[in-house]
Structures are given as C-alpha cells and as structure tokens.
Design a protein around this ligand. Structure first.
Ligand code: BES
Ligand code: MN
Ligand code: ZN
Length: 500
C-alpha cells in the first residue's frame, strides 16, 4: 500500500472514496466541509438532518455524491464528542474507515486531514496518527492463507489530503515518519504472528542479519558454543530442552562510527514458551509463539532508527531460545550459575524470560550505556493487572520513566508505572542459591522486575512488561486479532525525541 500527503481540493481529488471525520452532536457543517457538501449535492447535510449519522466514535457510513465530484463514494467516520477527542480517536476512526473501504473493494482512498483537525491537537501529530491508523488497520497476516478470496481485496493507495498549502510540508514529514514506524510495527506483527516452527532462535537471527545487511547495521550472533564460553547459562539453561538451540543476537546502529554511550534495547526472544518441565495448561498455549514480541519490537525499532538516521548510537540485544520440556531440559531445583556469576535456584521453568534477560542485562554493562530499556512478555500477572490496554513500566530512574510515559501518550502505546520497592524481592529468597527465579504468583510483575534488577549494571534502566499488550484475543479499531507490534512506535518515538 502506498501512502502520501497531498495538496488539493476535497471536491476535486480523484479517488474511489473520500474519508472524512465528523464530530458527534455537530450537525451543522462549517467552512470547507460545507462547501464540499454543496459540491457533492448536499448528501452529508441530508444524513445529518435525518439523523442517519450521529458521529459516534467509529461509526461509519458510506454515501454516494448526488453531483459529479472526483470521488464516487464519501465515507463518513465518527470522531465522537469534540471534548473527548484525541490523537488516538483519529487513529481509530481512520483505521475503521480504511477497513470498511477495503471490505467494499474501494482500493484508492483519500483521507481529508482537515476534517480530522481540532484545536486541541497539533497538525503534525495528527498527520502521524492518520497515516499510522490506516497502515496499522490494513495489516493482515495472510501469508499462510492459500484459498481465502476476501484476502485478495487490498487498499493500494491512501492519500492524506489537505486543502491548506501552508500545512503540506509538515503533513508530508508526518506521513513519512508514520510510514516508517507503522510499517515497522507491521513487520514486528509478522514476526510475532509467525508460527514457532518457522521462527526458531536461528531463524530470528537470520531476520536480524538480513535487516542488518539492508540497513548497514553491525550484527553479531552467538550460538551455543560461544554462549558456553561466555558462561551465559541463563540463556543456555532455558534453551537446553529444545532441539532448536539458543542464540544471542546483537545488532548495532552507530551512525558515522559513533562511539559514545549507546542506548541499549533488550528484547525477550522466547520463540515458543511451553513452560518447559513446569509445563503450561494446553488452553491458549498456541499464543506462546508470541513470546518473542520483545525481541521483535527491538529489532523493528532498529529498523526505524536506522532509516530515520537518528544521531544516536543504539544497540539491540535479543537473547533467543525455545522453552521446551524434554530429557535434556533444565528442571525445577536446578541451580544455574549466570553470566554475572550469581546463582539462581530454578523454582519454575516457566519463569524463563527473566533468566534470558538477566544474562543480556549483565552483558549490557560492557557498553557503559546511557540507558537500558528491556521489553518483554514477562508475566501473566501484568495481563491480570493492566489487561491489553497498557504495558507495565518499572525502572530505577524516574527521568527515564517520564520520557517513556511521554512517548507512550503520543503513540497511545500506553504504559502504567508500577513500584520497584525492595519488599518485592523477598519472595525471591533461596535457601540454596543467591536467588530463586520466582516466588509464587502474588505481585509477579514487580517480583520479576526485582529479579531483573539483580543483574543490571551501573546504568539507568527501565523495564516494559508487554505480556498483555503484545497480542490481542479480539480485534481493536486499528489492530486485527493477534500481534500488535507494541513497542516499535513507542521506542521509535522515545528515541526520536531523545535528543530534543
Ligand atoms: N511468557 C510468559 C508470560 C506471559 C503470560 C506472556 C501470558 C503473555 C501472556 C512467562 O514466561 C511466564 O510463563 N510467566 C509466568 C511466571 C510464573 C511461573 C512465576 C507467569 O506469569 O505465569
Ligand atoms: Mn514462561
Ligand atoms: Zn515466557
């Protein structure tokens, strides 16, 4: 799908459909909308007068103009009440409208940006939201469908239209930024939705190598032998039960051979989490193919960062393994001597993500990083606490956390901070080793973070628990069921704004 920003008149642009937003309880058209309506023979004012369209959020209606204009269909998208409007409602409305058009075989769309404007939001941010909404909503994971006719309907072009010449250049910038971030989020979705028989740790490493080649990144992949030499027994221990051996994937973006302190992103890359010997119940276990969503987010963020050519050094660390039960698996009661030298008593082999991350967080110290942010589908408790609407956020530096919160508001990849109080380390006390890997279910999101904290170095650190936000059981306005690509837009925005 091609997307661009264009200058033109709504009544003149040639396309299959013109999409415009309308606020609830605003039945009188004004300004440009009124003249457009007149050009179209008054079809919009007519449905408003007859109360056939109320403007409720995500309400959609399709009209045929009564006078000849450039488009054959007008698609009205409800924006809800103006007082409650925000960037995400714009994203949702255009997302819904795009999917609606695709279903009806309307493949060439013009979305009239001026009809989504409100004084409460900046136009450049609105442009990003509109383009993202369309790209994210039109995503489909169809690679494995061989006989579904519906899948053949595609939207081939979306133009974000403005009638205001002064706004064109900022709209252009916004659309090209959104194109990078939303396409990268869609690639992360592809990786997360792909089955674990295709995305093994080695295959994930191949994806990283390919991206590195395309974007001029440095890339290093450690296999089992090298992991052994480096005593990365957290990663090795988790991967021991699987025929698909673990990898530690390192990708680096360093513009102009920049050598200063980098920002290090760490992503959990469990390509399938069966729970291991502490095996999970069968129900929904298939969703555990998505337990590498953190690694996918980190990899696809590097894609964005390198295309934006940000003036920052960014390192991605992606420890990858498959957590399986077998005769060679690590077992409850085992004690692992981690890369940092600390010993861990395994209480549950299903608390595997933190073991992998511990070795990676320890490794991160060697970069003397400016900050480290890890992203992981870490705990079921986070799904219980925050649902699919917000990721858990914890860390040791409030300024870093506030930065992440700001990026989360604009991208609507929302986060909610949880405390990192020392009390939550108590359940991790072990009789026989330095720590256990889990202390039962209460407060797991925080307890798991306290475990991670034992392995970080002298650096500013934040942890994002995306267990609830990375995978949807039901579709949302711009997200089909399944992977969300969460983290990519958030981290891209964070890094884009980093130096400002
Ligand atoms: N990958 C899971 C967490 C998860 C659960 C992600 C649901 C996405 C959806 C993680 O490895 C795990 O199994 N965590 C356990 C830890 C427990 C054994 C202490 C959990 O949260 O139940
Ligand atoms: Mn697990
Ligand atoms: Zn897991």
């Amino acid at each position: 799908m091609k997307i661009s920003a264009v200058l033109g008149k709504a009544a003149e642009i040639k396309a299959n459909a013109l999409v415009l937003g309308l606020f609830e309880e605003e039945v009188k058209l004004r300004g440009a909308a009124e003249s457009f309506d007149r050009a179209a023979g008054g079809v919009i004012s007519e449905v408003l007068r007859k109360s056939e369209f109320s403007g409720k959020l995500n309400e959609i209606t399709c009209l045929s103009p009564k006078k000849e204009i450039g488009v054959s269909r007008i698609v009205l998208a409800g924006l809800g009440k103006r007082a409650e409007y925000n960037l995400d409602k714009a994203r949702q409305a255009i997302g819904k409208a795009s999917m609606f058009c695709r279903e009806r075989g309307l493949s060439d769309l013009a979305a009239w940006a001026d009809a989504f404007v409100d004084t409460s939001i900046a136009l450049d941010e609105l442009g990003v939201a509109l383009a993202e909404g369309a790209i994210l909503a039109l995503y489909r994971f169809s690679k494995y469908k061989t006989e579904d006719e519906d899948q053949k309907k595609e939207v081939s072009r979306v133009r974000i239209l403005t009638e205001n010449a002064l706004q064109l250049s900022s709209l252009r910038k916004a659309v090209s930024y959104a194109e990078l971030t939303a396409q990268a989020a869609n690639r992360a979705r592809d990786l997360v939705n792909a089955p674990s028989n295709e995305i093994t740790p080695a295959a994930l490493a191949d994806h990283a190598r390919k991206l590195a080649r395309d974007r001029g990144l440095k890339c290093q992949v450690m296999g089992p032998e090298e992991l052994k030499r480096r005593s990365m027994n957290g990663i090795l221990g988790v991967g021991k039960g699987s025929a698909n051996t673990p990898r530690f994937i390192i990708a680096e973006y360093a513009p102009g051979k920049r050598t200063g302190a980098p920002i290090v992103l760490v992503g959990k890359g469990i390509t399938f989490d069966s729970g291991g010997i502490s095996i999970k119940p069968a129900q929904n276990m298939e969703e555990m193919k998505g337990d590498m969503a953190g690694a996918a987010a980190v990899l696809c963020t590097l894609d964005v960062v390198s295309q934006l050519k940000l003036p920052l050094r960014v390192v991605g660390l992606m420890p990858a393994a498959e957590n399986m039960p077998s005769g060679t698996s690590y077992k409850p009661g085992d004690i692992l001597r981690m890369a940092s030298g600390k010993t861990v008593e395994i209480v549950s082999t299903d608390a595997e993500g933190r073991l992998l991350l511990a070795d990676a967080l320890h490794y991160a110290s060697k970069y003397k990083p400016e900050a480290v942010i890890d992203v992981a589908t870490l705990t079921g408790a986070c799904v219980i606490a925050l649902g699919e609407y917000a990721s858990g956020l914890l860390g040791n530096d409030q300024a870093l956390i506030e930065k992440i919160k700001r990026a989360a508001e604009v991208t609507w990849e929302r986060v909610w901070q949880l405390p990192l109080w020392d009390d939550y380390a108590e359940p991790l006390k072990s009789e026989v080793a330095d720590t256990t890997n889990t202390g039962g279910r209460p407060g797991q999101t925080i307890v798991a973070s306290k475990f991670l904290q034992k392995f970080i170095g002298e650096y500013r650190w934040a942890h994002l628990d995306i267990a609830g936000t990375s995978f949807l059981e039901k579709e949302r306005p711009y997200n089909p069921k399944g992977a969300t690509g969460v983290g990519v837009r958030l981290l891209s925005r964070l890094l884009t704004d980093w130096t400002r």
